[in-house]
Design a protein around this ligand. Structure first.
Ligand code: AMP
Length: 192
């Protein structure tokens, strides 16, 4: 399985991507997590990207594409992967196509998770209140992240939709129910 998991902040992408990757025995690659680790490490790159994360803005495409170029070349990706949080802009989606071509790989599934916007803000706020430790889980930054998602990331959904291989799932039910729905949809599309 070589999957891209799409959806706005707060939709449950990270939770679902982690469960799915575990079920399928492939790495869960979260670019948000990679960026948070980079910031925590105190590396030069971390210092450069911290402000973007704190403000809810996207890190620049050239940085993200380079990070993914390195990550996808790691040997564990030969078994497949679930990408969570990448691509987040059209240039990233195009760069991913180029990267995968270089690696002689193709995406097998695109999953797009959705819930109403009011639910997203509520979930992010709860996550912050319950000690996620994320500097961007405040109401103010969450609103900015949703704006950024609409402006820069929603077009990525359109990009994949045009290829006609997208699985759309409403992520309103509990975590296990949504996971079961994703697994069922993935298996159905695998058998086509
Ligand atoms: P996430 O955990 O996926 O919500 O990502 C947290 C933050 O990391 C985002 O708000 C961005 O600042 C940064 N980030 C993660 N993935 C990307 C990406 N593909 N492009 C640009 N910035 C990203």
């Amino acid at each position: 399985m070589r999957m891209v998991m799409l959806g706005p902040p707060g939709v449950g992408k990270g939770t679902q991507a982690a469960l799915l990757a575990k079920a399928k025995g492939v790495p869960h690659i979260s670019t948000g997590e990679i960026m948070r680790q980079t910031v925590a490490s105190g590396e030069e790159l971390g210092k450069r990207v911290k402000g973007f994360l704190d403000r809810g803005e996207l890190v620049t495409d050239d940085v993200m594409i380079e990070v993914m170029r390195e990550r996808l070349r790691q040997p564990d990706c030969a078994a497949g992967f679930v990408l969570d949080g990448f691509p987040r802009t059209l240039p990233q989606a195009e760069a991913l196509d180029v990267l995968l071509r270089e690696l002689e790989m193709e995406l097998t599934h695109i999953v797009d998770l959705a819930v109403p916007e009011s639910v997203l803000l509520e979930r992010i706020q709860k996550r912050g209140a319950s000690g996620s430790g994320r500097s961007d889980d405040t109401m103010e930054v969450a609103k900015r992240r949703l704006e950024v998602y609409q402006a820069q990331t929603a077009p990525v959904g359109e990009y994949y939709l045009q290829r006609g291989n997208m699985i759309k799932i409403e992520s309103l039910a509990g975590v296990p129910e949504v996971q079961a729905e994703i697994l069922a949809a993935v298996e159905q599309s695998e058998s086509v």
